[in-house]
Design a binder for this molecule. Structure first.
Ligand code: GKR
Ligand code: MG
Length: 445
């Protein structure tokens, strides 16, 4: 700590340490398989943005957020706020960003399963990079800045997706799918329940996952419910199953098909849209309901409690405004006796590592976390892909996030971004390329 000039009040200004001198924003495009969901299909590239903050003594902090040209624009504009800022003053950073850009409006979340609000993303990007810097300055891992580790490893779940025929082609397994490498299985189609079971076996075999989530909202409910039953037969009661139709069922459909999965689901995720609809389904079913669609911000919590819309909130530090906000969400969940877990979207190892630090610091993290990581094959962090053992990732012990960038890969993935020409995620447009005239319906069945 140094004593600086006197302030207007006559008290000496305390200069605590380095200030941010540079913000680097690098949009990247990461190859992504054609995964089906309620809004369409994944494009061949998932967009991410890598953020670097550099201090005046050349400490670099990094982070990763979903890529979107509008959010990247706001990130660029945030330079005016972040340059010269103290990386420890995160409350001030938040106030300054809100002062400059205004709060996110609720309706800007959008109708997609993911969240399109801008400021939460920008704050998450800057906060995680600042925490990385703080950790490097204090010689402590980020988990210690969040209150310290409650666990040494963080458990994740297998995340299964239907995939269309013709996009990769069926492998037509003639041998045990557990004997086929995930790198091969990831390329294959998965339209039937049997192919989804093969996908699950190959993914669980490779990563050691002990619970399974199926993304639904693609085929009529009876087909997807049958897939859940086939997964149960293949994996038995010791492997918890979750199912997520991303809100495209009516309340009646959710109750009817929810009942058919009551005995076998660990939880049912966003069967229907809106807090009131979710509350009606929740009253009728005996299984817990989880959400990353109806309660997605702190303002949603009071009405969510009043309605009784969900049992479990799926946090996501990119959508909740960073790691510290997500830790606060954990406390709220504890107060209201809600479960907590984590939502994901296609991502690389910087986001994964941030999730691991945060998850390790939340005492009441009660479920295995979602991750799309198995679906990506590239990696922008030095040393390559993050290792999973028995479905778990070890919590880093190195200072900050404990990772650094592979600059060569970052450059290649940035070239992909420039070449692919995508400005934002649009799964509906992608679907229309293979099925002209395909329309997204917020409620389908
Ligand atoms: O990657 O297609 C996808 C998912 O549908 C994703 O976008 C959702 O945000 O994983 C998500 C969810 O749990 O709703
Ligand atoms: Mg979901």
């Amino acid at each position: 700590m140094q004593r600086g000039h006197s302030t207007a009040s006559g008290r000496p200004e305390i200069v605590y340490g380095p200030k941010i001198k540079e913000l680097r924003v690098t949009p990247i495009a990461v190859t992504d398989p054609p995964l089906l969901n309620s809004v369409g299909i994944h494009a061949p590239y998932a967009l991410r943005t890598v953020i670097e903050l550099v201090t005046d003594d050349n400490i670099c902090g990094i982070s990763e957020i979903p890529g979107n040209v509008e959010i990247n624009g706001l990130l660029d504009q945030s330079e005016a706020v972040i340059i010269g800022a103290d990386p420890f003053q995160l409350n001030k950073l938040r106030t300054d960003l809100i002062g400059r850009f205004g709060q996110d409006q609720r309706d800007t979340r959008g109708v997609n399963p993911w969240d399109d609000r801008k400021l939460v993303h920008v704050f998450s990007a800057l906060e995680v990079a600042c925490l990385d810097i703080q950790g490097k300055i204090c010689n402590r891992p980020v988990v210690d800045l969040l209150g310290g580790r409650c666990r040494e490893q963080v458990s994740f779940a297998a995340y299964l997706f239907y995939k269309p025929k013709g996009a990769g082609g069926a492998l037509g397994y003639k041998v045990d799918p557990r004997a086929i490498s995930w790198a091969a299985a990831r390329q294959t189609s998965a339209e039937s329940a049997e192919e989804i079971v093969d996908q699950a076996q190959s993914m669980c075999n490779e990563f050691g996952f002990k619970s399974i989530k199926l993304k639904g909202g693609v085929f009529p409910p009876e087909i997807e419910v049958d897939t859940i039953h086939k997964l149960r037969i293949a994996f038995g009661p010791e492997v918890p199953l979750r199912f997520d139709p991303n809100g495209v069922w009516t309340v009646e459909t959710s109750i009817k098909y929810g009942r058919q999965m009551e005995e076998i689901l660990e939880y049912l995720e966003d069967p229907t849209r809106g807090q009131e609809g979710m509350a009606a389904v929740r009253k009728a079913l005996k299984i817990p309901l989880a959400t990353n669609m109806c309660t997605t911000s702190f303002e949603d919590i009071p009405p969510g409690i009043a309605h009784g819309s969900e049992d479990i909130i799926l946090s996501d530090h990119h959508f909740w405004g960073g790691l510290r906000e997500s830790i606060s969400l954990g406390k709220i969940c504890r107060t209201f006796e809600k479960g907590l877990s984590m939502h994901s979207n296609s991502h690389l190892g910087i986001s994964l590592t941030a999730m691991v630090h945060m998850a390790a610091a939340i005492p009441n993290l009660t479920y295995d976390l979602d991750t799309h990581y198995p679906w990506q094959s590239e990696e922008v962090i030095a040393g390559g892909r993050v290792k999973f053992e028995d479905g778990k990732v070890a919590v880093p012990r190195e200072p900050g996030l404990g990772i650094s960038l592979d600059r060569q890969v970052l450059g290649q993935l940035h070239e992909n971004y420039k070449m692919c020409g995508f400005a934002r995620r649009d799964d509906t447009l992608e679907m229309q390329k293979i099925q002209p005239g395909w329309k997204f319906k917020a409620t389908k069945w």
